[in-house]
Design a binder for this molecule. Structure first.
Ligand code: SF4
Length: 334
């Protein structure tokens, strides 16, 4: 398909064509990535890549996602104290970092949320030029409001899979309808919201992926994402194979064409079992990279969402891959 035809088919969400595009390999795939890069170049962020720093606050989670091994691997549970979080933010800020992603398993315990809110207001006071992104799962309206008023400007709440039956199969402790209500609440409160799916989940069909694209297209998102399913050794899905890298990269390129002005991360799920996986994500149109040096080492090994053998990219690696792709690192883009 010629480049303009690819862009048209994706922009108009032509299902049959998108199914073909999702399966592209070789030359056709390179053509797709090139189209995605051109769209990124013309977007409001052009060739800039947001370089953010993650701090993993806690591995306690009330959900039971079957693809996740958090708190199923016999690892001790942890919650970072406010002091540790703020010390780590100082450590990162001294290196010049200004986008802090505070991530945790889902924990609506009020003391936990109050502590996160305290950290947000301290960070905002000390580093007024910083951005705080939260990824804490489903919370109450009042808790979201508190966090927003404390200085967090963005919230990531992935829907993971939009088909309600498939969602129940993968995330039996939640429903897609409930997840979408939370996303709507976050938007109503004025958060810049991020959401997306996992590509390659067990029992997932191409029709499921098309439905995910349609949902992403409908939501007013500032950040969109697609991570690759990783068969984590302690999860209920441990006997399934990892998601296909090419399918994930094609999905990411389609996302870029569909959402030119959104942040799209090239995640470490692309880097497992394939060297330079995150470079491929950037070459497929992504524009966000996360540095994993904000969680104290003794806790990081207990935060196993993907796998025990997770890859934790440091700053040097992240900057090098951005440079290799002829892109420019930026402290934040929104
Ligand atoms: S994927 Fe997230 S919400 Fe689901 S069990 Fe793991 S940490 Fe909890």
């Amino acid at each position: 398909m010629a480049e303009q035809k690819i862009i048209e088919a994706i922009s108009n969400l032509k299902e049959d064509k998108i199914k073909e595009i999702l399966l592209y390999k070789g030359k056709e795939q390179e053509f797709l990535f090139e189209a995605a890069r051109k769209i990124r170049e013309k977007s409001k962020f052009q060739n800039k890549v947001e370089l953010r720093s993650v701090i993993e606050l806690s591995n306690i989670c009330s959900q039971k996602c079957r693809y996740c091994s958090i708190s199923k691997d016999g690892k001790p549970s942890f919650v970072l104290s406010k002091e540790v979080v703020l010390n780590n933010v100082d450590f990162l800020a001294k290196k010049g970092r200004r986008t802090f992603l505070l991530q945790s398993g889902e924990n609506s315990n009020q003391k936990f949320v109050d502590d996160v809110a305290y950290c947000c207001s301290e960070i905002t006071k000390k580093y007024p030029d910083s951005k705080i992104i939260l990824c804490l799962g489903n919370l109450s309206y009042e808790q979201y409001r508190l966090l927003k008023e404390s200085g967090a400007s963005r919230y990531i709440l992935k829907f993971e899979t939009s088909d309600s039956k498939h969602h129940k199969f993968c995330r039996p402790s939640d429903t897609i309808e409930n997840r979408l209500k939370h996303i709507e609440t976050l938007l109503e409160l004025g958060f810049q919201v991020g959401s997306g799916n996992i590509v390659g989940l067990p029992e997932q069909t191409l029709d499921n992926l098309i439905a995910d694209l349609k949902l992403i297209n409908k939501l007013e998102l500032s950040m969109v994402s697609a991570t690759r399913f990783i068969s984590s050794e302690n999860s209920e899905f441990k006997n399934y194979s990892n998601g296909d890298i090419d399918l994930t990269l094609n999905f990411l390129a389609i996302l870029r064409i569909l959402k030119p002005n959104c942040l799209i991360p090239s995640t470490t799920s692309l880097a497992i079992n394939k060297n330079q996986g995150q470079i491929n994500g950037l070459m497929a149109g992504c524009n966000t990279i996360t540095i994993h040096d904000g969680t104290p080492e003794e806790f990081e090994k207990n935060y196993a969402i993907y796998s025990q053998n997770r890859f934790s990219p440091n700053e040097q690696y992240c900057r090098e891959i951005i440079e290799q792709c002829k892109l420019e690192a930026s402290n934040y883009l929104i």
